[in-house]
Design a binder for this molecule. Structure first.
Ligand code: BMA
Length: 328
């Protein structure tokens, strides 16, 4: 599907063709990406964000060092598979020049709006909340004033202003591993003050158990002629703990607080060993999606809170999926 109205050619975007016509999503043959047991500095790398810039890759990685502290690290890559990761965390600066301090940070998203890259991440400061930093050069990251209160996670910014406003998805929660969570949509004129909050999507729609416990937005929404494709995670509880799968919905282009379609079944669920077994078993946690001018989509997701993995789909396939399995 031609998507050159919205997306660039993206030469060098990591891609493998579908194994057959019926698959809606397929995994990269080189998964998982990192040789975790032999890493000198890190214990786990998961739930990370990537973008392409001048034919190369830049990523913000959620890495846990060998003390077990999750933090955000910058990575660079030529092919989206082999990454050079920094070994010290990114330093975020407050607007007065002081260093923004937090006990730990995780689950970043990286979204370009106009000429600025925004990092939206979760940090735990008297409870988890959503924090936003901006950068233009990936050298200096500057914090914006705190726009959200604890407890909140999974902040995901739309890649453009809609009707003149910045739009953020978020997921109010509690201090721990929340036993609940719905996706809200919030608006801002300046990226500082967020309001007009509205419930966008509630978990467990029509008894779909794969998203029984909670849901949260994944990568930045993907713009199409038919609406914004939102890949999100849905969580189910079993006797063995929680299972994180990916699902997909389509939001109205002009008014993204309207859900046009929402798939009733998961798009991807833990099935391979690297998704099923790890630090936290049974987790597929998407944080980034690259899209090119032909509508190819390359999703980066965390696998079992241990390693990074990649899956492929297309705009056409996701549109077909949400309509075919619409949950109404
Ligand atoms: C969520 C977050 C994610 C994590 C997931 C599964 O609450 O903490 O970072 O991947 O749980 O453990």
């Amino acid at each position: 599907m031609k998507m050159d109205k919205y997306y660039e050619v993206n030469n060098g975007m990591l891609w493998e063709d579908a194994p057959d016509e019926k698959s809606y999503i397929w995994r990269y043959s080189g998964n998982p990406l990192f040789d975790i047991p032999n890493m000198e500095h890190f214990w786990h790398i998961c739930n990370s964000a990537t973008v392409m810039l001048n034919g190369e890759y830049i990523g913000l990685f959620r890495c846990e060092d060998k003390r077990g502290i999750p933090d955000l690290y910058l990575g660079k890559s030529k092919d989206g598979v082999h990454w050079d990761l920094e070994t010290t965390p990114i330093v975020f600066y407050n607007q007065d020049g002081s260093v923004f301090k937090y006990p730990y940070a995780y689950d970043p998203r990286l979204i370009k709006v106009e000429d600025t890259y925004y990092t939206v991440f979760c940090a735990d400061i008297e409870g988890p909340s959503i924090y936003v930093a901006k950068t233009k050069d990936f050298k200096r990251f500057e914090m914006l004033p705190n726009g959200f209160l604890p407890f909140n996670r999974n902040g995901v910014l739309f890649p453009e202003k809609i009707n003149g406003q910045y739009v953020m998805l978020n997921r109010p929660s509690d201090a721990g591993d929340s036993p609940f969570g719905n996706i809200y949509i919030s608006y801002s004129n300046d990226m500082e003050y967020w309001g007009h909050h509205k419930l966008l999507m509630k978990n467990f729609l029509n008894n779909c158990y794969w998203e029984r416990v909670k849901i949260g937005a994944g990568p930045a929404p993907i713009k199409t002629d038919e609406g914004w494709l939102l890949i999100y995670h849905g969580v189910q509880k079993t006797c063995n703990g929680l299972t994180y799968s990916m699902g997909v919905a389509l939001l109205d282009l002009e008014d993204p607080s309207k859900v046009l379609y929402r798939g009733n079944r998961y798009l991807l669920t833990p099935e391979t060993t690297y998704e099923r077994v790890g630090f936290t078993d049974n987790v597929c946690f998407p944080c980034a999606a690259l899209v090119d001018s032909e509508g190819k989509i390359t999703i980066y997701y965390g696998a079992a809170d241990t390693n990074m993995a990649v899956a492929f789909t297309t705009v056409e396939k996701l549109l077909e999926f949400v309509k075919k399995y619409d949950n109404k």
